[in-house]
Design a protein around this ligand. Structure first.
Ligand code: UFG
Length: 319
Protein backbone atom coordinates (compact mmCIF):
# COMPACT_ATOMS: atom_id res chain seq x y z
CA UNK A 1 0.00 0.00 0.00
CA UNK A 2 1.01 3.63 -0.44
CA UNK A 3 1.25 5.02 3.10
CA UNK A 4 1.99 8.30 4.88
CA UNK A 5 3.73 8.10 8.28
CA UNK A 6 3.54 11.41 10.16
CA UNK A 7 6.23 11.74 12.82
CA UNK A 8 8.15 8.93 11.14
CA UNK A 9 11.51 10.47 12.13
CA UNK A 10 10.72 9.98 15.83
CA UNK A 11 11.40 6.97 18.02
CA UNK A 12 8.20 4.93 17.56
CA UNK A 13 7.28 6.34 14.14
CA UNK A 14 10.68 5.42 12.68
CA UNK A 15 10.42 1.82 13.88
CA UNK A 16 6.94 1.50 12.35
CA UNK A 17 8.15 3.14 9.10
CA UNK A 18 11.04 0.63 8.96
CA UNK A 19 8.69 -2.33 9.50
CA UNK A 20 6.31 -1.01 6.81
CA UNK A 21 9.15 -0.67 4.29
CA UNK A 22 10.37 -4.16 5.23
CA UNK A 23 6.81 -5.48 4.62
CA UNK A 24 6.89 -4.05 1.07
CA UNK A 25 4.77 -0.91 1.52
CA UNK A 26 5.52 2.34 -0.31
CA UNK A 27 6.21 4.76 2.55
CA UNK A 28 6.40 8.55 2.76
CA UNK A 29 7.56 9.96 6.09
CA UNK A 30 6.34 13.47 6.96
CA UNK A 31 8.07 15.10 9.92
CA UNK A 32 8.88 18.69 10.94
CA UNK A 33 12.04 17.46 12.76
CA UNK A 34 11.09 19.42 15.89
CA UNK A 35 11.99 16.35 17.94
CA UNK A 36 12.73 13.70 15.30
CA UNK A 37 15.96 12.88 13.46
CA UNK A 38 16.24 12.78 9.65
CA UNK A 39 18.70 9.87 9.89
CA UNK A 40 15.99 7.72 11.53
CA UNK A 41 13.91 7.72 8.31
CA UNK A 42 14.32 4.35 6.56
CA UNK A 43 16.46 4.37 3.42
CA UNK A 44 13.55 2.96 1.40
CA UNK A 45 11.12 5.73 2.40
CA UNK A 46 10.53 9.16 0.84
CA UNK A 47 11.03 12.01 3.34
CA UNK A 48 8.97 15.21 3.37
CA UNK A 49 10.16 17.84 5.87
CA UNK A 50 6.86 19.49 6.72
CA UNK A 51 4.28 20.08 9.47
CA UNK A 52 1.05 18.06 9.62
CA UNK A 53 -0.84 21.32 9.16
CA UNK A 54 0.64 21.62 5.65
CA UNK A 55 0.46 18.02 4.50
CA UNK A 56 -0.93 18.94 1.02
CA UNK A 57 0.44 16.93 -1.91
CA UNK A 58 2.22 14.48 0.42
CA UNK A 59 -1.20 12.75 0.49
CA UNK A 60 -1.42 12.29 -3.31
CA UNK A 61 -2.22 8.64 -4.02
CA UNK A 62 -1.94 7.69 -0.34
CA UNK A 63 -4.21 4.84 0.83
CA UNK A 64 -3.57 5.03 4.57
CA UNK A 65 -2.02 7.27 7.25
CA UNK A 66 -0.15 6.23 10.39
CA UNK A 67 -0.21 9.29 12.62
CA UNK A 68 2.56 9.68 15.23
CA UNK A 69 3.43 13.39 14.96
CA UNK A 70 2.61 14.92 18.36
CA UNK A 71 3.87 16.62 21.46
CA UNK A 72 4.29 13.88 24.08
CA UNK A 73 5.73 15.14 27.36
CA UNK A 74 3.29 15.05 30.24
CA UNK A 75 5.18 17.66 32.33
CA UNK A 76 5.50 20.09 29.41
CA UNK A 77 1.79 19.71 28.69
CA UNK A 78 0.96 20.91 32.21
CA UNK A 79 3.16 24.00 31.71
CA UNK A 80 2.09 24.73 28.12
CA UNK A 81 -1.40 23.30 27.56
CA UNK A 82 -2.04 25.52 24.52
CA UNK A 83 0.91 23.95 22.71
CA UNK A 84 -0.59 20.50 23.24
CA UNK A 85 -4.10 21.43 22.15
CA UNK A 86 -2.75 23.22 19.06
CA UNK A 87 -0.37 20.47 17.95
CA UNK A 88 -2.16 17.35 19.03
CA UNK A 89 -5.79 18.28 18.42
CA UNK A 90 -5.47 21.22 15.98
CA UNK A 91 -2.77 19.47 13.94
CA UNK A 92 -4.73 16.23 13.75
CA UNK A 93 -7.95 17.99 12.69
CA UNK A 94 -5.99 19.68 9.87
CA UNK A 95 -4.61 16.28 8.86
CA UNK A 96 -8.09 14.68 8.94
CA UNK A 97 -9.49 17.44 6.72
CA UNK A 98 -6.61 17.03 4.27
CA UNK A 99 -7.24 13.28 4.26
CA UNK A 100 -10.92 13.87 3.45
CA UNK A 101 -10.11 16.16 0.55
CA UNK A 102 -7.66 13.55 -0.80
CA UNK A 103 -10.13 10.68 -0.31
CA UNK A 104 -7.87 8.89 2.22
CA UNK A 105 -10.07 6.83 4.52
CA UNK A 106 -7.72 4.81 6.76
CA UNK A 107 -5.85 6.05 9.81
CA UNK A 108 -3.92 4.38 12.63
CA UNK A 109 -3.49 6.80 15.52
CA UNK A 110 -0.95 6.87 18.40
CA UNK A 111 -3.13 7.21 21.45
CA UNK A 112 -1.93 6.69 25.00
CA UNK A 113 -2.64 5.15 28.40
CA UNK A 114 -2.65 8.77 29.63
CA UNK A 115 -6.23 9.00 28.28
CA UNK A 116 -7.38 6.88 31.26
CA UNK A 117 -5.87 9.01 34.04
CA UNK A 118 -5.89 7.43 37.50
CA UNK A 119 -7.43 4.00 36.87
CA UNK A 120 -10.14 2.46 39.03
CA UNK A 121 -8.81 -1.05 38.49
CA UNK A 122 -5.88 -2.95 37.05
CA UNK A 123 -5.36 -4.15 34.38
CA UNK A 124 -7.11 -1.39 32.43
CA UNK A 125 -9.71 -2.35 29.81
CA UNK A 126 -10.56 -0.19 26.79
CA UNK A 127 -14.10 0.18 28.15
CA UNK A 128 -12.85 1.74 31.41
CA UNK A 129 -13.50 5.45 32.13
CA UNK A 130 -11.25 8.02 30.45
CA UNK A 131 -10.40 10.83 32.86
CA UNK A 132 -7.01 12.21 31.82
CA UNK A 133 -5.03 13.99 34.53
CA UNK A 134 -2.96 16.20 32.20
CA UNK A 135 -3.38 18.16 28.91
CA UNK A 136 -1.28 15.58 27.01
CA UNK A 137 -3.76 12.79 27.80
CA UNK A 138 -6.72 15.13 27.31
CA UNK A 139 -5.52 16.23 23.86
CA UNK A 140 -5.03 12.61 22.76
CA UNK A 141 -8.47 11.68 24.12
CA UNK A 142 -9.99 14.59 22.17
CA UNK A 143 -8.47 13.13 18.98
CA UNK A 144 -9.94 9.72 19.82
CA UNK A 145 -13.33 11.43 20.22
CA UNK A 146 -12.91 13.22 16.88
CA UNK A 147 -11.97 9.94 15.16
CA UNK A 148 -15.18 8.32 16.41
CA UNK A 149 -17.16 11.25 15.00
CA UNK A 150 -15.33 11.22 11.64
CA UNK A 151 -15.84 7.47 11.33
CA UNK A 152 -19.58 7.86 11.96
CA UNK A 153 -20.06 10.97 9.80
CA UNK A 154 -17.56 10.58 6.99
CA UNK A 155 -16.93 6.83 6.76
CA UNK A 156 -13.36 7.03 8.06
CA UNK A 157 -11.80 3.69 9.09
CA UNK A 158 -9.76 4.44 12.23
CA UNK A 159 -7.79 2.46 14.79
CA UNK A 160 -6.39 4.09 17.96
CA UNK A 161 -3.61 2.25 19.76
CA UNK A 162 -3.26 3.23 23.42
CA UNK A 163 0.39 2.75 24.29
CA UNK A 164 1.60 2.02 27.78
CA UNK A 165 5.37 2.42 28.50
CA UNK A 166 7.38 1.86 25.35
CA UNK A 167 11.10 1.02 25.52
CA UNK A 168 13.84 -0.99 23.83
CA UNK A 169 15.43 -0.59 20.40
CA UNK A 170 14.95 -1.96 16.89
CA UNK A 171 17.55 -3.02 14.34
CA UNK A 172 16.16 -2.26 10.88
CA UNK A 173 16.81 -4.51 7.87
CA UNK A 174 19.29 -1.90 6.60
CA UNK A 175 21.34 -2.30 9.81
CA UNK A 176 20.44 1.00 11.45
CA UNK A 177 19.64 0.80 15.14
CA UNK A 178 16.60 2.88 16.07
CA UNK A 179 16.43 3.95 19.72
CA UNK A 180 15.12 6.71 21.98
CA UNK A 181 17.08 9.94 21.37
CA UNK A 182 15.24 12.73 23.17
CA UNK A 183 16.95 16.07 23.73
CA UNK A 184 15.23 16.34 27.09
CA UNK A 185 15.00 12.82 28.49
CA UNK A 186 12.22 12.26 31.01
CA UNK A 187 11.65 8.50 30.70
CA UNK A 188 12.79 6.04 33.33
CA UNK A 189 14.76 3.41 31.38
CA UNK A 190 16.85 5.83 29.25
CA UNK A 191 17.54 7.92 32.36
CA UNK A 192 18.75 4.89 34.31
CA UNK A 193 20.96 3.79 31.40
CA UNK A 194 22.50 7.27 31.28
CA UNK A 195 23.81 6.58 34.78
CA UNK A 196 25.36 3.33 33.60
CA UNK A 197 27.11 5.09 30.69
CA UNK A 198 28.43 7.77 33.07
CA UNK A 199 26.36 10.57 31.53
CA UNK A 200 24.52 11.04 34.85
CA UNK A 201 25.66 10.40 38.42
CA UNK A 202 22.41 8.97 39.75
CA UNK A 203 18.79 8.39 38.91
CA UNK A 204 15.96 10.03 40.85
CA UNK A 205 13.18 7.84 42.15
CA UNK A 206 10.03 9.96 42.05
CA UNK A 207 8.26 8.89 45.24
CA UNK A 208 8.42 5.80 47.46
CA UNK A 209 5.10 6.30 49.24
CA UNK A 210 2.71 4.92 46.62
CA UNK A 211 0.27 2.13 47.54
CA UNK A 212 2.39 -0.54 45.79
CA UNK A 213 4.51 -3.43 47.12
CA UNK A 214 7.75 -1.38 47.34
CA UNK A 215 6.16 2.08 47.38
CA UNK A 216 7.28 3.07 43.85
CA UNK A 217 5.07 3.42 40.76
CA UNK A 218 4.26 0.37 38.69
CA UNK A 219 4.23 0.53 34.88
CA UNK A 220 3.64 -1.88 31.99
CA UNK A 221 6.67 -1.89 29.68
CA UNK A 222 6.29 -2.92 26.03
CA UNK A 223 9.08 -3.52 23.51
CA UNK A 224 9.04 -1.01 20.64
CA UNK A 225 9.29 -3.85 18.07
CA UNK A 226 6.15 -5.52 19.47
CA UNK A 227 4.37 -2.17 19.61
CA UNK A 228 5.32 -1.38 16.01
CA UNK A 229 4.10 -4.77 14.77
CA UNK A 230 0.63 -3.97 16.14
CA UNK A 231 0.43 -0.99 13.74
CA UNK A 232 0.67 -3.25 10.69
CA UNK A 233 -2.18 -5.37 12.06
CA UNK A 234 -4.17 -2.23 12.89
CA UNK A 235 -3.76 -0.96 9.33
CA UNK A 236 -5.37 -4.15 8.00
CA UNK A 237 -8.13 -3.81 10.59
CA UNK A 238 -9.23 -0.29 9.48
CA UNK A 239 -12.89 -0.70 8.48
CA UNK A 240 -14.84 2.13 6.86
CA UNK A 241 -17.25 3.78 9.30
CA UNK A 242 -15.64 2.22 12.39
CA UNK A 243 -13.27 3.52 15.07
CA UNK A 244 -11.59 0.73 17.00
CA UNK A 245 -9.53 1.31 20.16
CA UNK A 246 -6.92 -1.11 21.53
CA UNK A 247 -4.60 -1.03 24.52
CA UNK A 248 -1.00 -2.05 23.91
CA UNK A 249 1.05 -3.31 26.82
CA UNK A 250 2.58 -6.56 27.97
CA UNK A 251 0.05 -7.07 30.79
CA UNK A 252 2.67 -7.18 33.54
CA UNK A 253 3.68 -4.36 35.84
CA UNK A 254 7.16 -3.52 37.15
CA UNK A 255 7.94 -0.99 39.84
CA UNK A 256 10.49 1.80 39.41
CA UNK A 257 12.76 -0.02 41.91
CA UNK A 258 12.43 -3.29 39.96
CA UNK A 259 13.29 -1.56 36.69
CA UNK A 260 16.38 0.04 38.25
CA UNK A 261 17.44 -3.37 39.61
CA UNK A 262 17.07 -4.98 36.16
CA UNK A 263 19.17 -2.16 34.70
CA UNK A 264 21.86 -2.86 37.31
CA UNK A 265 21.91 -6.54 36.35
CA UNK A 266 21.96 -5.89 32.60
CA UNK A 267 24.62 -3.17 32.66
CA UNK A 268 26.76 -4.48 35.55
CA UNK A 269 26.78 -0.91 36.91
CA UNK A 270 25.71 -0.10 40.51
CA UNK A 271 23.37 2.74 39.33
CA UNK A 272 23.00 4.91 42.46
CA UNK A 273 19.36 5.88 43.04
CA UNK A 274 18.28 8.98 44.97
CA UNK A 275 14.77 9.11 46.41
CA UNK A 276 12.96 12.32 45.58
CA UNK A 277 9.39 13.63 45.85
CA UNK A 278 6.52 12.37 43.72
CA UNK A 279 6.27 13.73 40.16
CA UNK A 280 2.98 15.58 39.57
CA UNK A 281 0.36 13.62 37.68
CA UNK A 282 1.88 10.12 38.08
CA UNK A 283 -0.76 7.43 38.70
CA UNK A 284 0.45 4.69 41.11
CA UNK A 285 -0.18 1.74 38.79
CA UNK A 286 -0.73 1.61 35.01
CA UNK A 287 -1.02 -1.88 33.58
CA UNK A 288 -2.85 -2.73 30.35
CA UNK A 289 -5.17 -5.52 29.52
CA UNK A 290 -4.21 -6.28 25.92
CA UNK A 291 -6.78 -9.10 25.62
CA UNK A 292 -8.85 -7.18 23.06
CA UNK A 293 -6.06 -6.74 20.50
CA UNK A 294 -4.93 -10.33 21.11
CA UNK A 295 -8.42 -11.68 20.46
CA UNK A 296 -9.44 -9.41 17.59
CA UNK A 297 -6.16 -8.86 15.71
CA UNK A 298 -4.07 -11.84 16.88
CA UNK A 299 -1.35 -9.57 18.36
CA UNK A 300 0.85 -10.86 21.16
CA UNK A 301 3.95 -9.40 22.82
CA UNK A 302 6.91 -11.53 21.75
CA UNK A 303 9.50 -9.67 23.81
CA UNK A 304 7.58 -9.19 27.04
CA UNK A 305 10.57 -9.78 29.33
CA UNK A 306 11.68 -6.55 31.00
CA UNK A 307 15.23 -7.91 30.89
CA UNK A 308 15.09 -8.24 27.07
CA UNK A 309 13.64 -4.75 26.74
CA UNK A 310 16.36 -3.18 28.90
CA UNK A 311 19.11 -5.28 27.27
CA UNK A 312 18.06 -4.11 23.79
CA UNK A 313 18.03 -0.47 24.90
CA UNK A 314 21.45 -0.92 26.53
CA UNK A 315 23.01 -2.69 23.52
CA UNK A 316 21.72 0.04 21.20
CA UNK A 317 23.31 2.69 23.42
CA UNK A 318 26.70 1.04 23.79
CA UNK A 319 27.28 -0.63 20.40
N1 UFG B 1 10.52 7.90 36.97
C1 UFG B 1 11.47 8.03 37.98
N2 UFG B 1 12.65 8.65 37.66
C2 UFG B 1 12.92 9.13 36.41
C3 UFG B 1 11.95 8.98 35.40
C4 UFG B 1 10.75 8.36 35.71
O1 UFG B 1 11.26 7.61 39.11
O2 UFG B 1 14.01 9.68 36.20
C5 UFG B 1 9.28 7.20 37.28
C6 UFG B 1 8.03 8.02 36.98
O3 UFG B 1 7.68 8.81 38.08
C7 UFG B 1 7.02 6.91 36.68
C8 UFG B 1 7.86 5.79 36.05
O4 UFG B 1 9.19 6.07 36.43
O5 UFG B 1 6.48 6.43 37.87
C9 UFG B 1 7.77 5.78 34.54
O6 UFG B 1 8.00 7.11 34.07
P1 UFG B 1 8.24 7.47 32.53
O7 UFG B 1 8.47 8.93 32.46
O8 UFG B 1 9.26 6.55 31.96
O9 UFG B 1 6.85 7.09 31.85
P2 UFG B 1 5.37 7.57 32.20
O10 UFG B 1 4.69 6.39 32.84
O11 UFG B 1 5.32 8.83 32.96
O12 UFG B 1 4.81 7.96 30.78
C10 UFG B 1 4.69 7.06 29.71
C11 UFG B 1 4.75 7.85 28.41
C12 UFG B 1 3.59 8.80 28.34
C13 UFG B 1 2.31 8.03 28.51
C14 UFG B 1 2.35 7.20 29.77
C15 UFG B 1 1.14 6.35 29.84
O13 UFG B 1 5.95 8.56 28.33
O14 UFG B 1 3.59 9.43 27.09
O15 UFG B 1 3.50 6.36 29.76
O16 UFG B 1 1.35 5.24 30.63
F1 UFG B 1 1.28 8.88 28.61
Amino acid sequence: MKLLVTGGAGYIGSVVAAQLVEAGHEVTVLDDLSTGHADAVPAGARFVHRSITEVGDALDGVEGVLHFAAKSLVGESVEKPGLYWAHNLGGTLALLDAMRSHGVSRIVFSSTAATYGEPERSPILESDPTRPTNPYGASKLAVDTALTAYAGLHGLGAVSLRYFNVAGAYTAADGRVLRERHTVETHLIPNVLKVATGERESVSVFGTDYPTADGTCVRDYIHVADLARAHLLALSACTQGEHKIYNLGSGTGFSVQEVIEVCREVTGHPVPAVVGPRRAGDPAVLVASSDKIQQELGWKAERASIRDIVADAWNALTR
